[in-house]
Design a protein around this ligand. Structure first.
Ligand SMILES: *Cc1c(COP(=O)(O)O)cnc(C)c1O
Length: 345
């Protein structure tokens, strides 16, 4: 895998142009969606990002080490008794998601407050807001935020419902900067921008929408080498279970890529690799370390030739759709796993 961190920075600028009056944070949780949180955070800080979001305090420590003092690093999952020291050591800003977390934090410093406006995942319910103000004991609020459940469908009525609930709830905290939108919400329009937007997947090349994604630059390129090329006769079948049978003479290529690299088995018989500018369908099942492609009539198909499985010619949203999943999962499982295992030789 090669990651184009300039593309990550360029995608960040796309959001800056979309939301010129808001701060544009960078969500780098899950190792920057598998692309590498250290390098991605550095590129994003250089582009101008001043606020970063991770899921856990452990992730935030790595980002703090990479960026040094200065940028604000929010931890979305919030503090527990066990990791309070991380917050002090690395000057992290917790997002407080419950009365219990407000009490654990105990006004140690600035914090963000997460209000639930309909997702019912994390955050304080509307009935807890008065109680939360008391529990905060005057701690300064660096952010009041919520999160959209259905932002990936720009026209979904839930968006307007959550927007209204957010405005109502946030009026109780008139001093605090406000944030509602991740990638998709930021694309709905300026009403959803408030003081800060929180794009994640958009920085890495997908608009996070169910349809009509904006043109963002693919940041991850994943290629794997051909190990062997074979000429096969009609009637031969391929791989575990022999789930594909050749109807005529074919040339096939066995490629060093499989589900151990995070290439989802659900792409069996559905995915493709790109060689010589053409999509080469996967024949039969994806195995642990290998995949078989139809390369009939392809002069470039030789042992050692590199085949693209994610990148400009094998777009993230396309691969996600074929795998029956979201671009997020392709990034964290495929890019994230390939990155951890390295080029397995
Ligand atoms: C993951 C996450 C984001 C970023 O979401 P994207 O859809 O990747 O842009 C923003 N806010 C919260 C609360 C999140 O959990």
């Amino acid at each position: 895998m090669r990651v184009d961190y300039n593309a990550v920075a360029e995608n960040w600028r796309f959001f800056k142009k979309r939301a010129p009056n808001a701060a544009v944070a960078a969500v780098v949780k899950a190792d920057a969606y598998g692309l590498g949180a250290v390098a991605a955070s550095r590129a994003l800080a250089q582009a101008g990002a001043r606020a970063f979001f991770t899921a856990t305090s452990g992730e935030a420590l790595r980002v703090r080490k990479a960026l040094g003092e200065g940028p604000q690093i929010f931890v979305l999952n919030g503090p527990s008794e066990k990791d309070l020291a991380h917050y002090a050591d690395a000057k992290l800003t917790p997002i407080l998601n419950s009365i219990a977390q407000i009490k654990i934090w105990d006004a140690r410093g600035p914090a963000g407050l997460h209000i639930d406006t309909g997702m019912n995942r994390l955050g304080l319910g509307p009935e807890e807001l008065t109680q939360s103000m008391v529990a905060l004991k005057g701690a300064s609020l660096a952010l009041v935020m919520s999160h959209l459940a259905c932002g990936s469908d720009l026209k979904h009525e839930m968006n307007a419902t959550q927007l209204k609930r957010f405005i109502d709830a946030a009026s109780l905290f008139p001093q605090a900067p406000l944030s509602l939108s991740a990638t998709a919400g930021a694309l709905i329009g300026p009403d959803y921008h408030f003081d800060l937007i929180r794009p994640g997947v958009g920085l890495y090349g997908s608009g996070g929408l169910d349809a009509d994604n904006p043109q963002l630059i693919p940041a991850a390129l994943i290629e794997a080498p051909i190990l062997q090329v074979r000429d096969v006769e009609p009637g031969e079948s391929f791989g575990y279970g022999g789930t594909f049978t050749a109807a005529q003479k074919m040339r096939t290529a066995t490629v060093a890529l499989g589900y151990a690299d995070g290439y989802l088995r659900s792409l069996s018989g559905r995915g493709y690799g790109v060689l010589g500018g053409v999509k080469r369908p996967i024949l039969g099942r994806v195995s642990m370390d290998l995949i078989i492609l139809d390369v009939t009539g392809c002069a470039e198909a030789q042992p050692g030739a590199m085949v693209e499985f994610l990148g400009p010619n094998a777009p993230l949203d396309d691969i996600a759709a074929l795998a029956g999943t979201a671009s997020y999962e392709i990034l964290t499982t495929f890019a994230g796993t390939v990155r951890k295992t390295g080029a397995r030789t």
